[in-house]
Design a protein around this ligand. Structure first.
Ligand code: IMP
Length: 185
């Protein structure tokens, strides 16, 4: 038995990322004006595939947003820098058009917190591109500008989305099934 059920295969993921890049370029004639902010660690792989398709010399920053323990979201979202070049400095976004790159929008709290944070820091605009969205889980109504796939309420891993630091090698998006994991010899 395969270890996990594949929800979205790698070809579909790559095709969709190309479409997302095209949609971003259709809206932003000069994407170098964007300040792309990847939400670590889950969006790292998505961002690494997306950003080269937006053209050369795009500025990419990293931020860490912590709201999840295991498969349960807890109410608050703490932000911290995840950028080696940035040290402890806050990301400077004053007057910038920010593009947040997320792996999954679930309750919407993380994206809402990031929007509030960047607008509070003086960003001119905040847009969001997410590889996955679980609309049925939404608790906070957040505008999403570019969505890769809408999925049902299932806990997924793969393509950079880990489970407490494991399964980073999966190239497709799969449904995490704890029963299958515990059945393994
Ligand atoms: P939100 O704040 O509830 O929207 O949660 C967003 C974050 O929760 C995402 O960036 C993920 O890190 C994490 N998350 C939500 N659902 C999943 C999932 O199915 N698999 C892995 N991480 C998830």
């Amino acid at each position: 038995m395969p270890e996990f059920e594949v929800l979205i295969g790698r070809d579909r993921i790559h095709r969709r990322i190309a479409e997302l890049a095209a949609a971003i370029l259709a809206r932003h004639a000069d994407p170098r004006r964007l300040c792309v902010v990847a939400v670590m660690d889950g969006a790292r792989v998505f961002c690494d595939h997306l950003v080269p398709q937006l053209g050369p010399r795009i500025e990419v920053r990293a931020i860490r947003a912590k709201s999840y323990v295991g498969t349960n979201s807890c109410g608050t979202v703490a932000l911290s820098s995840a950028d080696a070049h940035q040290g402890n400095e806050t990301l400077r976004v004053t007057g910038r058009d920010v593009l947040v790159v997320e792996d999954i929008v679930d309750t919407g709290r993380t994206v809402a917190r990031l929007r509030e944070h960047f607008l509070g820091e003086g960003a001119r605009s905040v847009e969001v591109v997410t590889l996955l969205s679980k609309p049925s889980r939404r608790e906070v109504d957040v505008p999403l500008d570019f969505v890769g796939f809408e999925i049902e309420d299932r806990f997924v891993i793969g393509f950079g989305m880990d489970f407490d630091g494991r399964y980073l090698e999966l190239a497709e998006i799969v449904v995490y099934d704890a029963a299958r994991v515990t059945q393994r010899p």
